[in-house]
Design a protein around this ligand. Structure first.
Ligand code: DAH
Length: 315
């Protein structure tokens, strides 16, 4: 019997007792009536409470073991898709992996040591201004480039040198700059870093590796050229350009700067306990957004981080 039913039968019993009033002497009837009414009020209140309680707990149970109805029309569900930058990033990793590179991932919060000190940026040197970025109140730094990972990569794979091998690592990651955004600049974008160390690494090898990378990525032969650059963590430093191929709208002689590179500065090797008298290395870093923009003929880098569905749905 439910609580509601129990109280209702109490009420019935009480109502039948009212008849007793006639058998009582008149002077006792008033008291009897008041007691009966008080009992009745209590029972009515209990009924209301029991009814409210029953209502709140009467949820239709769901049978989670019930079979699906495969023949019933399923409403169209939009599942979204992989972001084009992630597709390109995977492609970049794939190419470096096929060339024998280990892959590490960069992080989205780093520190002074990895952002500047381990990269041979002298304290208070104006070169730090070129990497103007944000800081948290605890002085952590959203990295302005993937070079922040160089020190970690050198330390992690140094054992390969000790075993007579070489270090070859590619490191994709998201980077952040305190930048006024326009069609070719974003405050948030992706880069891929490369680090190579061996006993006989040369700049010539570096340009061969990079040429191979760009040709694999764009699926065709390309012309490259270099121009001098400056980075505290490389000596000498260079910028690498590729000629925009005709298949991507190039008219010949359109040179596009794709990345910064150079021979790893002896101080950077020393910081990671690698002897620069014995080992030499080269490193490079460039934007993935820029690679993808050329591939897809995009005129505005801001599309990537815009969250515009009509843009994303084109990929
Ligand atoms: N980190 C540099 C930048 O974002 C690019 C770069 C230059 C990376 C030279 C390197 C390098 O590894 O050796 O501007």
């Amino acid at each position: 019997m439910s609580d509601v039913e129990k109280w209702k039968s109490e009420l019935k019993k009480l109502n039948s007792e009212y008849a007793k009033i006639k058998t009582l002497p008149p002077e006792e009837r008033g008291k009897f009536g008041r007691e009966m009414n008080a009992k009745k009020q209590k029972i009515l209140a209990a009924i209301s409470a029991a009814e409210a309680e029953a209502e709140s707990t009467s949820i239709t149970p769901i049978d989670i073991s019930a079979p699906a109805a495969p023949n019933e029309a399923i409403p169209h569900v939009s599942r979204g898709s992989k972001h084009p930058l992630m597709t390109e990033l995977d492609r970049v990793i794939q190419i470096y992996a096929s060339m024998g590179f280990d892959i590490m991932e960069s992080r989205q919060l780093d520190d002074e040591l990895h952002m500047f000190d381990s990269l041979n940026f002298p304290k208070d040197h104006p070169a730090r201004d070129g990497y103007d970025t944000f800081r948290t109140s605890e002085n952590f730094i959203p990295p302005a480039h993937t070079s922040t990972m160089q020190h970690r990569a050198l330390k992690k794979y140094k054992r390969k040198l000790d075993e007579g091998g070489k270090i070859a690592v590619a490191i994709p990651g998201r980077v952040f700059r305190n930048e006024d955004a326009d069609a070719t600049h974003e405050h948030t974008f992706y880069q891929c870093e490369g680090v190579f160390v061996s006993k006989d690494a040369t700049m010539g090898q570096m340009f061969a590796v990079l040429k191979h990378f760009f040709e694999a990525y764009y699926g065709q032969k390309l012309k490259i050229k270099t121009q001098p650059g400056y980075f505290p963590f490389t000596e000498p430093s260079a910028e690498l350009l590729i000629e925009k191929p005709a298949s991507l709208g190039g008219k010949g002689g359109d040179w596009l700067e794709m990345l910064g590179c150079g021979m790893i500065h002896p101080n950077v090797l020393k910081m990671a306990d690698i002897d620069p008298e014995i080992y030499h290395g080269f490193a490079w870093g460039g934007g993935i957004d820029r690679l993808a923009m050329l591939k897809y003929g995009l005129s505005d880098v801001r599309y990537f981080e815009s969250g515009k569905l009509d843009f994303l749905e084109e990929f």
